[in-house]
Design a protein around this ligand. Structure first.
Ligand SMILES: NC(=O)C1=CN([C@@H]2O[C@H](COP(=O)(O)OP(=O)(O)OC[C@H]3O[C@@H](n4cnc5c(N)ncnc54)[C@H](OP(=O)(O)O)[C@@H]3O)[C@@H](O)[C@H]2O)C=CC1
Ligand SMILES: CC(C)(CO)C(=O)C(=O)O
Length: 307
């Protein structure tokens, strides 16, 4: 199967690098600067599962359809990414987005047709260093994908089989939208909490009401997921709450690391989308409102400082 991976950053670089190292037919669609890095150094990946330095096929433009496109841009680049992959999407092409959140599905459905767009979600901590090295930070590498409608099931299974040689144990979910909403619920809580507090989970647990605030935000986010037809399952909520209230934990969401590095963040796509859905459903989500407003104010300040 001919696979196109849009982006060779943290997510595209990690999973695409694993596939390329296993001999899969993978092409990366990148911009000029990343293309030059890949041509010079190959795809360089460090990971507890083994390092990879691999020459890869990387292009800056596409001239015909692929069998599947894995989309791994940040949400604020979605429009340009959709434009870039358009020539790769033919009548039988599958598009598998790996972004956090869910709003991108509407954009991709409108552009390529919902019948071509699968669901996907990754649970991993990976970053790209300035020299282009992809750093996989711990052993988590969960990759979940699946059909969003019955007619997609066979094609989704074919793509799943094509990804298996990568060795990251992709899961073919029977209900990928439920998986995406659960991840969305946990991530929005994790990002909202650690960004507002500018602290790790363990440091937040040192605050007198830290655990109560974490639990309140998780319950608010879960209520929005439920209003959208995907109430998170209890074991998932229990596991998330335990992670978000672990004393001594150094965990921070990648959104906080983006804030601290002065990078753009996906707050509109994560916190903003959830808050707007809460308002549309008439749900009271006061902690989420503060988290989103905080990130909007941060972005406004960042824009003023960079002007
Ligand atoms: N990193 C992580 O641990 C996790 C990330 N996610 C989610 O995965 C998504 C991707 O994140 P991540 O991989 O970290 O992001 P990165 O910023 O590391 O990588 C995104 C890549 O997409 C490329 N890109 C964007 N637009 C285009 C375009 N038009 N043409 C070509 N390349 C393009 C960027 O290229 P350029 O370098 O040229 O800007 C960049 O290299 C996000 O939604 C994130 O929330 C989910 C779980 C964990
Ligand atoms: C929660 C986590 C680490 C899971 O992949 C993530 O997606 C993020 O921090 O952005």
């Amino acid at each position: 199967m001919r696979l196109l991976i849009l982006g060779a950053g943290g997510i595209g670089g990690y999973y695409g690098g694993r596939l390329a190292a296993a001999g899969a037919d993978v092409t990366f669609l990148v911009r000029e600067r990343r293309g030059a890095q890949l041509a010079r150094d190959g795809l360089v990946l460090t990971s507890p599962y083994g390092d990879v330095t691999q020459p890869v096929a990387a292009v800056t433009a596409i001239d015909g359809p692929f069998d599947a496109v894995l989309l791994s841009c940040k949400a604020y680049d979605l429009d340009s990414a959709a434009e870039a992959i358009a020539p790769a999407v033919g009548p039988d092409t599958l598009v598998l987005p790996l972004l956090n959140g869910v709003r991108h599905l509407d954009v991709l459905d409108a552009r390529f047709g919902a019948e071509r767009v699968l669901g996907g979600s990754v649970h991993i901590m990976v970053t790209m260093a300035a020299d282009g090295t992809i750093r996989h930070l711990n052993k988590l590498q969960r990759f979940v994908m699946g059909a969003r409608s019955e007619p997609q099931r066979e094609a989704a299974a074919r793509l799943h089989a094509a990804l298996e040689p990568g060795g990251f144990k992709p899961e073919l979910s029977p209900d990928v939208m439920q998986d995406m909403w659960e991840k969305f619920t946990m991530l929005a809580t994790f990002a909202g909490l650690t960004c507002v507090m500018r602290a790790s989970v363990g440091q937040i647990m040192e605050a007198e009401e830290g655990a109560e605030i974490a639990a309140a935000l998780l319950a608010e986010c879960a209520s929005v997921a439920a209003a959208n037809g995907h109430p998170p399952r209890q074991p998932f909520l229990d596991q998330s709450l335990a992670m978000l209230t672990t004393k001594g934990s150094a965990a921070t969401a990648s959104m906080l690391r983006d804030v601290e590095n002065g990078f753009r963040t996906e707050h509109e796509h994560i916190l903003g989308d959830l808050r707007r859905r809460a308002r549309a459903a008439g749900l009271a989500t006061p902690v989420l409102a503060v988290a989103f407003a905080h990130m909007q104010a941060h972005a406004a300040r960042q824009a003023a400082e960079n002007a």
